[in-house]
Design a protein around this ligand. Sequence first.
Ligand code: 5MM
Length: 339
Amino acid sequence: MQYTVELEATIQDMVQKGRGVLAADESAPTIAKRFKAIDVESTEENRRYWRSLLVTTPGLGDYISGIILFEETLDQNTEQRQTIPEAAWAQKIVPGIKVDKGKIPLALSPGDLITQGLDGLAQRLQAYKDQGARFAKWREVYTIEKHVPSLHGIEANAEMLARYAAVCQEEGLVPIVEPEVLMDGDHDIARHTEVTEKVQHAVFHALHRHNVVLELMILKPNMVLPGKDCRRASPEEVASETLKVLRRTVPAAVPSINFLSGGQTSEEATDNLNAINQAGSDAPWCLTISYGRALQQSALHAWEGNADNKEAAQQALLERARLNHLAMLGEYKPEMEGG
Ligand code: 5MM
């Protein structure tokens, strides 16, 4: 492989105990939804301002080692006239890029979804690399219903993730592989365990078939949780089920597991991460974050689209990142909230 040294350097810059990834790669409809909640219109300037605010938060690099950006953000500038990727790297935060083109129904497989974007991917990656991106992210989404996801759906999605990851490594970008089993529904934690295990097993089987180098990728999975409409589970139960699935499916060669937050509250996501790190202190992987909502939520509400609130929003982001840093070390306590 041509870019092994480059990929190794990116892994070294991104995988460090106590640091994680900030997902700021919301597509147009998703960022519009997030902004609507604070009564802000999703204009190009507002999106630029928000993402520039995030990336220029003083001290963020102490806790955050990578940021996933959306395509339009790559060539946007901060007020200091740096590009957003340059501003990220000024804090030793590695810039990355979401490269999938969103999900559609999987044909002839009712309930299953599939993500698009493989055509022309190598050429797009070369252009993103020129704009400063050093890693990429692709997300496959699985809903839970009685007969969904189907075995066929699980295998089709695994194949997409593996093909994407192989192209990334060939072009010199570290792939973040994100199979997200949603927590929507009333299924119990046992059902989420069962589906997540099948999904991850298929993903690693496909990665192996496609010659993806496990040492040079990052896994971004869901935690194992009960459905949103089911009773809540304790952090200890979430940690136990999540680690059980990871130990059964993820080879020790993978350097880092960066969880998504998946609709958990910011506090739940931190508390669960802390329990995972406490119970998994002997695990072979770094157990950290790639949170979007759970890192940005409090900052968005502090900002409210008003430039006068910039500092308050940055403080809210920094505090959330700091609490997650403590959770990565297994040293977080819920009483620290609001401190
Ligand atoms: C930030 O949201 C990302 C983009 O989602 P859409 O393509 O649906 O707009 C998403 O991939 C995100 O990186 C992961 O789902 C993790 O984010 P959360 O908010 O679940 O931590």
